[in-house]
Structures are given as C-alpha cells and as structure tokens.
Write a protein that binds this ligand. Structure first.
Ligand code: SF4
Length: 334
C-alpha cells in the first residue's frame, strides 16, 4: 500500500534521494520499489507495464515501478537520472507523456560536492520546505537513523537480529513507510525485543548488490546455516553517516557513485563484520551485473553470484547453489 497521505500528498521516487526534504516540505515520501515488491501480487504491476508496451527484456524493477505509479495517486515522482539506473530516463519520459509530474534529480558520478549541492537546492525549490521544518526533520531523522544503525550493528555484533529483519528495516528506511516518527518508535520497540533473544548461530555472510526481487532468500540462507550480517545497499539506503551537512551525507552515501565507491565500503565491512562469504545478487537485464567482473577479482572472500528476474519465491536451482556455497564456507572454516 502507498503510505497514507499526510499534508500535501505523496511524492514517489525511483531510488533513495534526500528524503529529509520531502518530509520537511509536508509531503509523504514513498519509495516505489518497496510498494512494488511488498505487494501481495507484485507480478500484476509487471503485467500492466508489459500490457502498456514495455519490452520483456527490460529489468522487472522498472516495470514494477511503472505499474505502481499507474495504479496509485502521487503528486509527483522524483526520477533519479544519474547515479541509479540506466533505464530511468526512458521511464521519466513515458511518465511525463502519461501526464505524471516528474522531478529529475541526479547524483554526480564524480561525487562533485558543488553539483550535488545544486541538485539538492533544485529539489528544495521544487518542494519548498521551510527552514523551521527542515531543522525539526533533521533532528528527528538523526534519532531514527541512530536506531537503524543499532539494528544493523546488532545483526553482526550481538547476532540477535536476522538477515531478513536487517534487510527490511534498512530497505524501508528510504521512505520510513511515510512516517519517520512512527518508524523510529517501531524501531526502538524492535531493538528492545531483539535484545532479549539468544545469540544466533551461522556462518557470517554478506549480501551485496541491489535488494532482491525474489522472496524467501534470507530465510533460506539461515535455514542452511548462514547468517546474513551485512546488507550492502540496504544499509546505504539508511544513510549511516554522522554529519549535520546534508550534502556531505549524500556524498558519503556510496550507491550512486559506482563500483569503486562501493568496493571501499564492502571491503571495510567484510573486515569489520568477520564475513566469510559474499552473495552477490544481480537482477536480470541490469547493467550492474557487469560489475560482477570487478567484484570477483577484488573481494577477499568467496563470492556466489545469483540472479533474479521476476518477483517470485527462490527457485530450486538457486537454493541448491546457496546450500553448496554455505557448505563450502563451513568446510573452509573447519
Ligand atoms: S536492478 Fe538495475 S536495471 Fe533494474 S532498476 Fe535497478 S539499477 Fe535499473
């Protein structure tokens, strides 16, 4: 469900953007990816896109986002033209053609602070948050993000949070389900409950790549003896950086700035979290799968690449590969 509208209505977006500005402007933020994949029947959004002419050989996330927008009322969609997906330009064009207000936003590939600052200013001009609200949101969001950081840390240090829970808390942080105060309260409650659990066993595994479109992945990894202690992109969506400067925060955020920015973060977290193996998820028809070449040659622990296409449950072949991978990591450990 698209979050209940508060104030001026819902602003959708195609990937993580400085969500602080949407909240401060009195709109309800909505990450369209999450609406798509958490729907009880996500495939129908894909079918809608294909019915409207989207080719089969286009990434399913793009078709899902399009289907969500066609079915839900949004004031505007922020389309990230640089720093996310090579398909977004065409998506933005078809949305404009269909009468949807689109607001372009870009993360400069070279991490240029002046350009990012200008993009953030442009977004502010489009949505017009006032200074008082911006300061209030900054304060409240710092608290919520500190809870998310704690959940993430508990996953690998105390081991009382599952990989699936870690994934959900962090992936939803892009829009905080449309209400950051409620999201923060729920996170605080979750932390208190999780702290009462026993420490979980399992080989420490890292998950890298875009969030999975397939269901049941984390549960299966756990079932066969793994414990996902790191969700690379989802953690980045929670903007785990402590700086009061919004431009600096979104410059430290690695996801939009290519494989080398990501590699630094991945290598540091492998070390810090004691990760023994990496599962690299790639999406069918995604340009990012080419980056697997670099990852395979640079990551210091064994890596298993898996691919998803449609929003379905994990298939048997991928299950077998994951099981064999975790077994191999067990043997290496011994
Ligand atoms: S998975 Fe790749 S192709 Fe698909 S929306 Fe994301 S970046 Fe684009």
């Amino acid at each position: 469900m698209v979050p209940a509208q508060s104030g001026k209505g819902t602003i959708g977006f195609t990937t993580t953007i400085p969500v602080e500005i949407i909240f401060a402007a009195g709109y309800t933020p909505c990450d369209l990816n999450n609406i798509f994949v958490e729907d009880p029947d996500p495939q129908h959004f894909v079918d809608r896109a294909e019915h409207d002419g989207f080719p089969h050989s286009i990434c399913t996330w793009i078709k899902g986002i399009y289907g969500v927008i066609m079915e839900h009322e949004v004031e505007a969609v922020i389309t990230v033209m640089e720093g996310d997906c090579s398909n977004t330009q065409a998506l933005a064009e078809i949305l404009r053609y269909k009468g949807v207000r689109t607001i372009p936003f870009s993360f400069p590939y070279d991490r240029d602070a002046t350009i990012l600052s200008r993009e953030i200013e442009k977004l502010r001009k489009e949505l017009s948050p006032d200074r008082g609200s911006s300061l209030r949101v900054e304060k409240e969001m710092t608290v919520v993000r500190s809870y998310l950081e704690e959940i993430d840390s508990m996953t690998w240090s105390e081991r009382n949070v599952t990989g699936a829970e870690n994934h959900l808390w962090l992936v939803r942080s892009s829009d905080m389900l449309g209400d950051m105060v409620k999201y923060g309260d729920a996170a605080a409650e979750f932390i208190a409950t999780a702290r009462k659990r026993e420490r979980m066993e399992g080989i420490p595994i890292g998950y890298i790549g875009v969030p999975p479109i397939i269901a049941g992945l984390y549960e299966f990894i756990q079932e066969v003896g793994g414990h996902v202690v790191y969700n690379e992109t989802q953690r980045q969506f929670s903007i785990p950086y402590h700086t009061p400067d919004i431009v600096e925060r979104y410059l430290l955020y690695t996801y939009p700035y290519g494989i080398f920015a990501r590699l630094e973060d991945i290598s540091r977290e492998i070390e810090r979290r004691g990760i023994k193996g990496i599962i690299h998820y790639v999406q069918a028809f995604c340009f990012r799968s080419i980056e697997d070449v670099i990852l395979r040659e640079t990551i210091s622990v064994p890596i298993l690449t898996i691919e998803g296409d449609l929003p379905r449950v994990l298939d048997t072949r991928t299950k077998n590969r994951i099981e064999a991978f975790v077994e191999m990591l067990e043997v290496r450990k011994d």
